[in-house]
Write a protein that binds this ligand. Structure first.
Ligand SMILES: Nc1ncnc2c1ncn2[C@@H]1O[C@H](COP(=O)(O)OP(=O)(O)OP(=O)(O)O)[C@@H](O)[C@H]1O
Length: 272
């Protein structure tokens, strides 16, 4: 468990945040290995004197899939970056504890263009079994046979599949995802929803998914949070056992409740 107060070293996209050396950040607390994967206490972040996160408390349980909704500018990415340890030197207070094995994915796949697909996936993974692990993850995301392709030979959706394979190859205890499907077309996005859900059920990381898309949140998550002006205002459990369908009456009901919480009327659509 890496525990920090906003001063972890920054890390390359898609890899676990490396805990800072003990002597590099005087405010680091000793690592902990017990307790829920995500613990946030009294997290406040300010930019230019403006409070963007306001005393946020949050726990995410082992294997729990949490979606974070909120209007543009409500502080979603700021919260995710604080969890990822990617907000060094920001103005803020509070405590954040996440596992050492944390992976991050973003809207852009952030693959290294000079590395082949398999090398991108196993980047940072050591040991003789690394290539085998990488091949297995690529097969799971539907890219068996594309190991030696270059990233620019893949479509945007395929690149995002590689990013997902890379994020899961280390079997992280926590996956942080910042609008990972935001740049994809509607059909690819729906396919990626199914894939992400299946992979998370298989590999069982806790997940925090930042999204604008209410449908995405309801289709994927066990629990949906709404961030409004830096404060968590809604914490809704999604009790939908079994496969989820957009048309299921309970899905429609959750969607409407969340849209109402976001202050969006039905005529405005499902994007928060
Ligand atoms: N590094 C920064 N410097 C200054 N202001 C920042 C910085 N990062 C974020 N902000 C501001 O903090 C607020 C919250 O930003 P954040 O990116 O967390 O919102 P968001 O909810 O993720 O928005 P969106 O859904 O549009 O991505 C915004 O007003 C943004 O301009």
């Amino acid at each position: 468990m890496a525990t920090h107060t906003g001063r972890l070293t920054t890390t390359p996209a898609g890899t676990a945040p490396a805990p800072a050396p003990a002597d590099a950040a005087p405010d680091l607390r000793p690592g902990q290995v017990t307790g829920p994967p995500v613990r946030v206490r009294g997290l406040t972040r300010r930019f230019d004197g403006r409070t963007v996160l306001d005393d946020v408390d949050l726990e995410i349980a082992e294997n729990q899939f949490v979606a974070l909704l909120g209007r543009s500018g409500s502080g979603k990415s700021t919260l995710l970056r604080a969890l990822a340890g990617l907000d060094a030197d920001v103005d803020g207070t509070g405590r954040v504890a996440v596992p050492r094995s944390t992976s991050v994915i973003f809207q852009d796949a952030r693959l290294l263009p000079w590395q082949r697909v398999l090398d991108n996936v196993v980047l940072g993974l050591a040991g003789p079994g690394a290539d085998g692990q990488g091949r297995a993850r690529l097969a799971e995301v539907g890219l068996a046979g594309r190991e030696r392709a270059w990233p620019n030979q893949l479509s945007g959706g395929e690149q995002q599949r590689v990013a997902l394979a890379r994020a899961l190859v280390s079997e992280p205890r926590l996956l942080l995802a910042d609008e990972p499907f935001g740049a994809l077309d509607a059909l690819t996005r729906i396919r990626m929803h199914g894939l992400l859900r299946e992979l998370c059920q298989r590999h069982r990381p806790a997940v925090l998914l930042v999204t604008h898309d209410v449908d995405e949140a309801v289709m994927l998550a066990d629990r949906v949070l709404v961030l409004d002006d830096g404060r968590l205002t809604v914490d809704l459990a999604i009790n939908l056992p079994g496969p989820r369908s957009h048309r299921h009456p309970n899905v429609v009901e959750y969607r409407e409740r969340l849209l109402a919480a976001l202050g969006v009327n039905q005529a405005e659509g499902a994007a928060a």
